[in-house]
Design a protein around this ligand. Structure first.
Ligand SMILES: *[C@@H]1O[C@H](CO)[C@@H](O)[C@H](O)[C@H]1NC(C)=O
Ligand SMILES: *[C@@H]1O[C@H](CO)[C@@H](O)[C@H](O)[C@H]1NC(C)=O
Ligand SMILES: *[C@@H]1O[C@H](CO)[C@@H](O)[C@H](O)[C@H]1NC(C)=O
Ligand SMILES: *[C@@H]1O[C@H](CO)[C@@H](O)[C@H](O)[C@H]1NC(C)=O
Length: 186
């Protein structure tokens, strides 16, 4: 009898504990985290890819044994820390940097797989970053690449970047690319 009573007591202690599952997720409303009205912002800047000289900002870090036989540089990987300026001149106001890398990833045309974080250093976007991930086929027209997210002001952001070569840099090693970036963010 005693042991049955003890078992009932034991279960009555255990049941509330086991019936309440451990939780690791909680439903929230966006406003609880300060996400209120979604905004659409257009950014316009120039991206300086400086591949040669003492102040190079784009360095080739890897390539395949066959890269130098490939007309599309297939296998080359370049790491960048490129300044972003408000107008095409390198001495115009710097609004941020493009940090990341790109890899020549096509055997049939010059096309880069781009992995780039735009780290802004000016105005209210200072300290916030946008992440671009996309395919960049090198041709004179406009290339579109997705903006896949961001941090700071750009939490939950998404959008697209339109890139157009302003100066190819084939003689100087200094290519200037014009970027128009459209992002939804809070
Ligand atoms: C490299 O940067 C230094 C310091 O900003 C500058 O004085 C120099 O003129 C630059 N050199 C070139 C080739 O741009
Ligand atoms: C290509 O690179 C390989 C190894 O990296 C080297 O042995 C070869 O000489 C290079 N070929 C040319 C044409 O530069
Ligand atoms: C930038 O440099 C050019 C010469 O290369 C000069 O004419 C111009 O005044 C400079 N601009 C600024 C904002 O310093
Ligand atoms: C954005 O990038 C900069 C530079 O890399 C970094 O210092 C900063 O912490 C980043 N901001 C956020 C919100 O992650």
């Amino acid at each position: 009898m005693d042991s049955i009573f003890f078992m009932i007591l034991l279960f009555s202690l255990l049941i509330p504990a086991t019936a309440k599952p451990e939780t690791f997720s909680t439903r929230l409303s966006p406003s609880e985290l300060g996400f209120k009205k979604e905004k659409l912002t257009h950014f316009h800047f120039y991206f300086h890819d400086i591949a040669t000289g003492p102040n190079a900002t784009a360095v080739r870090v890897a390539e395949a044994a066959m890269t130098n036989k490939s007309s599309t540089f297939f296998g080359a990987v370049v790491v960048i820390d490129n300044p972003l300026t408000i107008s095409p001149e390198i001495n115009s106001t710097v609004v941020g940097r493009a940090e990341g890398f790109f890899a020549a990833a096509s055997q049939s045309e010059i096309a880069f797989a781009m992995v780039v974080n735009f780290a802004f250093t000016k105005g209210k976007y200072k300290g916030s970053n946008l992440s671009l991930l996309g395919r960049n086929v090198i041709h004179p027209g406009v290339r579109e690449m997705p903006i896949v997210g961001g941090s700071g002001i750009f939490r939950y952001s998404r959008g697209y970047a339109l890139a157009k070569t302003y100066t190819s840099g084939s003689n100087t090693g200094h290519a200037i690319i014009e970027y128009n970036v459209y992002v939804f963010h809070y």
